[in-house]
Design a protein around this ligand. Structure first.
Ligand SMILES: *[C@@H]1O[C@H](CO)[C@@H](O)[C@H](O)[C@H]1NC(C)=O
Ligand SMILES: *[C@@H]1O[C@H](CO)[C@@H](O)[C@H](O)[C@H]1NC(C)=O
Ligand SMILES: *[C@@H]1O[C@H](CO)[C@@H](O)[C@H](O)[C@H]1NC(C)=O
Ligand SMILES: *[C@@H]1O[C@H](CO)[C@@H](O)[C@H](O)[C@H]1NC(C)=O
Ligand SMILES: *[C@@H]1O[C@H](CO)[C@@H](O)[C@H](O)[C@H]1NC(C)=O
Ligand SMILES: *[C@@H]1O[C@H](CO)[C@@H](O)[C@H](O)[C@H]1NC(C)=O
Length: 329
C-alpha cells in the first residue's frame, strides 16, 4: 500500500518555495529556497526500493485528459501511517499521510494523487556508506503518483475522506500539466523543517519538501486558477522540526574529496554512521530519538538540503514531532 511508505510533513511556506531568489546581493535569504532542477536525474541502481513506487500508476506517469466541461469532485484524503508510543518521552506520534482524490462525473471514475519517497522515509533522511565511495550516498528522490481509484475504506477508517470542492475538466487538465512539470523539477524529498525556535516569531531556515507540501501546492495551484475549495474540519499535518541557530554553509560532495577538508568529512561521516538503515517507520523514529540524544550532547546536526551540507548549531528543544493545524491555502 502506497501510504505505508509515506511519512508526510507540511510546511506553511510551501507555495513560495522555489519562487524566491536565494540571495539578494550576496545576503542569505531564509528559508533557503528549495532548488528545482531542469529535469529529474536517473536514479542510481544502488538505490533499490523494498516496495515498488506507484505500482498501480501509469508507467509513464500519464494523467487521463478530462473533457473540458466535466465536473470533477476534489477530495481531501488523510490516513494515519502509524500511531505509537516510544517510551513516555514524546507522547504519542500521529504520523499522517496526505493525498488528493478526484472524481469525474462524466466518466464515473475516480483517481488518487499523492507524492512520496521512492525509497522510503529512512532513505530520504539518512544516507548510506558505500564501499569505494567517499561521500555519503543518498537515495532521496520523491515523486508524484497518480492512479485510478479511491479506496474509500482505507481513507475513512481513522482518517479523512472529505469532498472539498468541484473543478471543471478544463481546470483539471491544466492542473495535470502543472503536476507533470512539478514532478520533473522538484525531485528530492526533504524530511526536516528547521527553525530558530518553537515560538511564533521564529525564523524558518529550511522548509521540508514532502507529501503534504505537494498536496498544499496542488490546492494553491487550483485556487490560483479560480477553484473554490473549503474544508469543514480542521486540517492537521505531521511535521518534524529541528531547532538551531543560524545555519553555516559547508559545501557539496567536494568536502569528501579535498584533503584540506578531511576533518570535516570525517565528522560528517561519523555523524551519519550512528544511524542504522531503516526498514520500518518505528526504526526510523527510534533513530530520530537517538539523533535527539546526540544533538543534546554535541549540539551539531549535519544537515543535507539541495544536495549540499550545512552545519546546524542545535538549540533547545532540538527536535520535535508535531501534529499541527495548517489551514487550506
Ligand atoms: C533504502 O535504500 C537501500 C539502498 O538502496 C535499499 O537496500 C533499501 O531497500 C531501501 N529501503 C527501503 C525501505 O526501500
Ligand atoms: C513522477 O516521476 C516519477 C519518477 O520519474 C514517475 O515514476 C511518475 O510516474 C511521475 N508521476 C507523474 C504523475 O508524472
Ligand atoms: C470511487 O470509485 C469507487 C468505485 O466506483 C467507489 O466505490 C468509491 O465510493 C468512489 N469514491 C469516491 C470518494 O468517490
Ligand atoms: C482504526 O483504529 C482502531 C482503534 O484504534 C483500530 O483498531 C483499527 O485497526 C484502525 N483501523 C485502521 C485501518 O487503521
Ligand atoms: C458540479 O455539479 C454540482 C452539482 O452536482 C454543481 O453544484 C456545481 O456547480 C458543478 N461544478 C462545476 C465546476 O461545474
Ligand atoms: C512576535 O512579534 C510581534 C510583532 O513584532 C510582537 O508583538 C510579539 O510580542 C512577538 N512575540 C513573541 C513571542 O516574541
Amino acid at each position: 500500500m502506497n501510504c505505508l511508505v509515506c511519512f508526510t510533513l507540511a510546511a506553511l511556506h510551501c507555495w513560495i518555495v522555489g519562487s524566491v531568489v536565494s540571495s539578494v546581493r550576496g545576503q542569505q535569504v531564509w528559508p533557503v529556497p528549495y532548488k528545482r532542477l531542469d529535469r529529474r536525474p536517473d536514479v542510481d541502481p544502488y538505490c533499490q526500493a523494498l516496495y515498488p513506487f506507484c505500482p498501480s500508476g501509469d508507467p509513464d506517469g500519464r494523467i487521463p485528459v478530462m473533457s473540458d466541461s466535466d465536473n470533477i469532485s476534489v477530495f481531501r484524503l488523510q490516513t494515519p501511517v502509524w500511531e505509537f508510543r516510544f517510551g513516555d518521552m514524546l507522547g504519542k506520534f500521529h504520523i499522517m499521510h496526505d493525498a488528493i482524490g478526484f472524481g469525474s462525473a462524466r466518466m464515473g471514475r475516480n483517481f488518487t494523487m499523492e507524492w512520496y519517497e521512492l525509497f522510503q522515509l529512512g532513505n530520504c533522511t539518512f544516507p548510506h556508506e558505500r564501499a569505494g565511495v567517499s561521500a555519503p550516498f543518498w537515495c532521496n528522490q520523491g515523486a508524484a503518483c497518480f492512479y485510478e481509484g479511491i479506496d474509500d475504506l482505507h481513507w475513512k477508517q481513522n482518517g479523512t475522506l472529505e469532498k472539498i470542492g468541484e473543478i471543471s475538466g478544463e481546470m483539471f487538465n491544466e492542473m495535470a500539466r502543472w503536476v507533470q512539470e512539478d514532478n520533473k523539477t522538484g525531485v528530492y524529498y526533504e524530511t526536516w523543517t528547521v527553525k530558530s525556535d518553537p515560538g511564533p516569531n521564529a525564523t524558518t531556515w529550511f522548509d521540508s519538501y514532502d507529501c503534504s507540501q505537494f498536496v498544499h501546492r496542488t490546492y494553491k495551484t487550483l485556487l490560483d486558477m479560480g477553484a473554490e475549495l473549503s474544508s469543514r474540519t480542521p486540517t492537521y499535518y505531521t511535521k518534524i522540526y529541528l531547532y538551531s541557530g543560524t545555519p553555516l554553509y559547508l559545501g557539496d560532495d567536494s568536502i569528501f574529496h579535498q584533503s584540506s577538508m578531511k576533518d570535516l568529512a570525517t565528522d560528517i561521516k561519523k555523524f551519519y554512521h550512528s544511524f542504522r538503515s531503516h526498514q520500518s517507520i518505528v526504526e526510523m523514529i527510534e533513530s530520530l530519538l537517538e539523533a535527539f540524544e546526540k544533538m543534546v550532547l554535541e549540539k551539531t546536526f549535519y544537515f543535507y538540503y539541495n544536495s549540499v551540507y550545512w552545519k546546524l548549531p542545535m538549540k533547545y528543544p532540538y527536535i520535535k514531532i508535531i501534529f499541527e493545524e495548517i489551514p487550506l491555502p
